[in-house]
Design a protein around this ligand. Structure first.
Ligand SMILES: [Mg+2]
Length: 268
């Protein structure tokens, strides 16, 4: 309770300070990402988060088995998973940013992934083992960069989710898009993808990439029957396309402006 009150206190102070002079979000001693604090505390230290992941992966097992039984086509079957906040937990990276009063940067991210320290998320390794026992090929499609491939291999193996090169499809900077369609199509050429798992709806379909001011809320409603059947979604309150859309994709806005945009958007 004391921790929660402290967190609420920090957030209240941050919101009250939004009219002060702003610093660039990339300034190392800039305003801390206080909006991230409660999200990261929940993600990393709540039993509810663990229960959500177990729940999702339990459902994923049931669905995978059912979808495999129902598929009568000629191709071998596959499941496609995202990596970050789907099978690997990068919340210590978020905590460190806040402790250091820094905001996200690609260079800080690469220092973190090079440590190969991300732990497996609850239920993830067990699900992957189950899929393989069932005879379903396991592919990872991630927007980690190709230059992070070796570290990602080692981290996945260390976390009990070893994979070979052909099953790890990363972000190719030369293609200039983080959209996963092309990589999904590459898997689909030889396999029937019977299930997707991810923390971002763009891990399922590119319809959720680059969301406009509608935030894709109605789009999610329109695809309601797919969730739990074709796509298993995991909770990530720390970051994601949902957050970028709230900021209208203006990543470099000062943090206090982002906080203000978020506050203004909320139903009251
Ligand atoms: Mg992810």
């Amino acid at each position: 309770m004391k921790l929660l009150l402290n967190i609420i206190g920090i957030i209240t102070i941050s919101l009250a300070a939004t009219s002060c002079t702003q610093k660039s979000s990339s300034t190392p001693d800039g305003e801390p990402m206080t909006h991230l604090l409660l999200a990261t505390a929940w993600y990393q230290q709540s039993a509810e988060m663990r229960a959500c992941y177990y729940q999702a992966y339990n459902l994923a097992k049931v669905t995978l088995k059912e979808n495999k039984q129902n598929y009568k086509g000629p191709k071998p079957t596959a499941v496609v998973l995202d990596i970050d906040e789907t099978v690997l937990d990068n919340s210590p990276f978020e905590s460190k940013l806040m402790a250091d009063r820094q905001n996200y940067s690609d260079s800080a991210w690469k220092v973190w992934t090079a440590r190969e320290d991300a732990r497996a998320l609850p239920g993830a390794a067990d699900f992957i083992g189950y899929a393989r026992e069932l005879g379903v090929e396991v592919f990872f499609i991630s927007n980690r960069a190709e230059e992070e491939r070796d570290h990602t291999f080692k981290n996945l193996a260390e976390a009990g989710m070893a994979v070979d090169s052909a099953h790890l499809l990363l972000y190719d900077a030369s293609k200039k898009t983080s959209c996963k369609d092309e990589r999904r199509d590459a898997v689909s050429a030889n396999y029937e993808i019977i299930l997707f798992v991810g923390d971002n709806l763009g891990d399922y379909t590119s319809l959720f990439d680059r969301r406009d001011s509608s935030l894709a809320l109605q789009l999610a409603d329109s695809l309601r029957d797919d969730f739990g059947r074709k796509f298993i979604v995991l909770p990530n309150p720390m970051y994601g396309e949902w957050e970028n859309a709230i900021y209208e994709h203006k990543y470099s806005l000062p943090m206090s402006e982002k906080n203000q945009m978020m506050l203004e958007l909320l139903d009251k």
